[in-house]
Every structure is written in C-alpha cells, then in structure tokens.
Design a protein. Structure first.
Length: 111
C-alpha cells in the first residue's frame, strides 16, 4: 500500500521508520497491513504515515510522543502482526525511532 505524503502538525513529533524485505507470497500480509493501518489511526497520538514498497519496503508512522509509540507497540493485535512478520512475512527488517525537530513542505501548505 503506497501512501501519499502525510499532513502533519508542526514539529516536534516522532517518526517510527520500519524498513523491510518481504518473503515470497501474501499469506494474509495485505489484509493484516490494512488492519494495522486502521488500528493505528485509532490510537491516541497517531499523526499519520507514509509507505512505499518496491522490493525494499519503507513505512514511516508519525506519533505525538514516545508514550504513544510504546502503547501502539504493545497493542494486542499489533503484537500478533509483529509475531507473524517475524515468522512468515519478512526475511529482514529494521525499526528506528527518531524525533523530528524540523519539517519543511513544498509547496507550502496550511495545516
């Protein structure tokens, strides 16, 4: 699922950068991805996301604070998706959390 550029509030906020290499086949991956996006949007502190896959997958989710990220990481359905990712869907992945201190958009837009 490719996503458009997220419309975010002014910084600071946090970015969770998930980079992955997929295994062959779907095995429920797309449906779980859709479900995780739906659930993430319902979480307190979720600000938006951007995602692209062309061999290498990169998904960036944006969060208000570290507590929001921790709560999402511990969500029961997200824990199940994490388990399935390790067991079935990913041959490798990396997860990084960064604090966004500055952001610039072009063309400039009002949020």
């Amino acid at each position: 699922m490719d996503a458009p550029i997220a419309k975010l509030p002014p910084p600071p906020y946090y970015a969770v950068i998930f980079t992955s290499l997929r295994t062959d086949g779907d095995s429920g991956y797309d449906a779980m991805g859709d479900r995780m996006f739906t659930l993430a949007q319902q979480q307190d502190g979720f600000l938006g996301f951007e995602s692209v896959r062309d061999g290498l997958g990169i998904t960036i989710s944006y969060w208000r604070d570290l507590e929001s990220i921790r709560a999402w990481r511990a969500h029961a359905e997200h824990l199940e998706a994490q388990r399935l990712g390790r067991e079935q869907w990913y041959s490798a992945y990396s997860l990084r959390v960064a604090k966004v201190e500055y952001s610039h958009d072009w063309p400039a837009r009002q949020i």
